[in-house]
Ligand binder design. Structure first.
Ligand SMILES: [Zn+2]
Length: 306
C-alpha cells in the first residue's frame, strides 16, 4: 500500500510519505483529556449553581473512570498521554504523580480549561505559565506537550508555546501525521476520534441527540485505524475520564486495543515520544507550514456594496 502513503498533496504537489520508526507503518496516540469538573467550573466561572446533577456526572471520572482507563492501558501494556487542566491537579495533588508513576505522559490542557473564545492573549500566557509552575511543583519536572481546551488555537498561542520551549502542541488537524506549524511540532487530533462527539450527554439542555451506540463507535474507530494504517498516518484517539470511563465504553476500548496491539506494524506511543521521533527524523521540516491566516474577503465578495 505504499502508493496510498505517498498520495497526499501540497497544493498541487506531493508531500512525501511520513516515515515512522523502523518496521512501523503507522502510529497510535492514546490520549485522555482529564477534564473532570473543570469545563463545568469554567462555564459557571461567575457563580456555580447550587445543583449536583452535572457535577456528579463529571465527578464519576476521577472516582471510577480514570482508574478503569489506567487498568485497561496496564492490561495491554500501552502508555498514554494524559492532558490535565491545572485546576484538576490543584484539587487533587496526587493525580499527576500517580499518572507519572504508572509510566504515562502528562501534558498541559489549560489552567481552568479556559476556552480560547473567552480569553485574551495575556490571560492565555498567565494560564500557561501558572500551569507549568503547578506541574513542576507537583511532579518536579516540566511537561513537554500542550493541548488546547476544545482544540482551538491562534498564531499567538503557537508563538507562546514555542517561546517556552515546549516540544509539541496537539490541537490541530492540518495533516493526519505529525507536522510543523510556525515552527511548533503538531501532533494532530481528529474530531471523529473524540469520544465527546459521540457520547457526551450531561442533560445540560444543549444536547441535540442521544449518545451514539458503543458498537457503532467501535466499528467506526476500527475502520479509521485500519485506513490510517494503510495510509501511514497517526491515529490520535481522545477520550475523557468521565465519558469513556463508563462500563460499556471501557469494554469497547478493550476491543480496540486488542486489535491495535495485535498489529506489530502500528507504533503505539505517547505524544512526547512521537514528537521526539518527529523532531529527530527525516520528517522534521518536510511537513512545515505557516499559520498564515488570510485577509478577509470583505469588499471582494461578488455583489458587495462599496
Ligand atoms: Zn478538554
Amino acid at each position: 500500500m505504499v502508493e496510498d502513503r505517498a498520495r497526499s498533496t501540497k497544493g498541487f504537489s506531493s508531500f512525501p510519505a511520513y516515515e515512522w520508526p523502523e518496521g512501523k507503518q503507522s502510529a497510535v496516540l492514546l490520549s485522555v483529556d482529564v477534564d473532570a469538573i473543570a469545563p463545568y467550573l469554567w462555564e459557571h466561572r461567575d457563580g456555580v449553581p447550587d445543583r449536583l446533577a452535572r457535577l456528579e456526572i463529571r465527578r464519576f471520572g476521577l472516582r471510577s473512570g480514570l482508574g478503569r482507563l489506567l487498568d485497561l492501558f496496564d492490561r495491554y501494556r500501552v502508555k498514554a498521554s494524559f492532558y490535565v487542566p491545572a485546576v484538576v491537579a490543584e484539587f487533587d495533588p496526587d493525580l499527576l504523580p500517580a499518572l507519572l508513576a504508572a509510566g504515562h505522559e502528562i501534558g498541559l490542557h489549560g489552567y481552568f480549561h479556559e476556552l480560547v473564545r473567552d480569553i485574551r492573549e495575556d490571560e492565555f500566557r498567565a494560564a500557561l505559565d501558572s500551569s507549568l509552575e503547578l506541574f513542576e511543583r507537583q511532579t518536579g519536572r516540566l511537561p513537554v506537550g500542550f493541548r488546547s481546551p476544545a482544540w482551538e488555537m491562534t498564531p499567538q498561542m503557537l508563538a507562546e508555546i514555542k517561546a517556552r520551549g515546549l516540544a509539541y502542541d496537539s490541537s490541530l488537524m492540518g495533516f493526519d501525521h505529525p507536522y510543523d506549524i510556525d515552527g511548533v511540532v503538531e501532533i494532530p487530533v481528529q474530531w471523529a476520534l473524540d469520544d465527546a462527539i459521540f457520547y457526551k450527554f450531561e442533560g445540560s439542555g444543549n444536547e441535540r441527540w442521544a449518545p451514539v451506540s458503543g458498537s457503532a463507535v467501535l466499528e467506526d474507530w476500527l475502520a479509521e485505524w485500519r485506513a490510517l494504517h494503510r495510509f501511514g498516518g497517526l491515529f490520535t484517539l481522545t477520550v475523557h475520564d468521565w465519558i469513556s470511563g463508563r462500563a460499556q465504553r471501557i469494554a469497547k476500548l478493550e476491543k480496540l486495543l486488542e486489535a491495535m496491539t495485535a498489529e506489530t506494524g502500528t507504533w503505539i506511543a505517547t505524544g512526547a515520544e512521537i514528537a521526539r521521533h518527529h523532531a529527530s527524523s527525516v520528517n522534521s521540516g518536510r511537513f512545515s507550514v505557516a499559520s498564515a491566516i488570510p485577509a478577509a474577503i470583505g469588499a471582494r465578495r461578488f455583489g458587495a456594496r462599496p
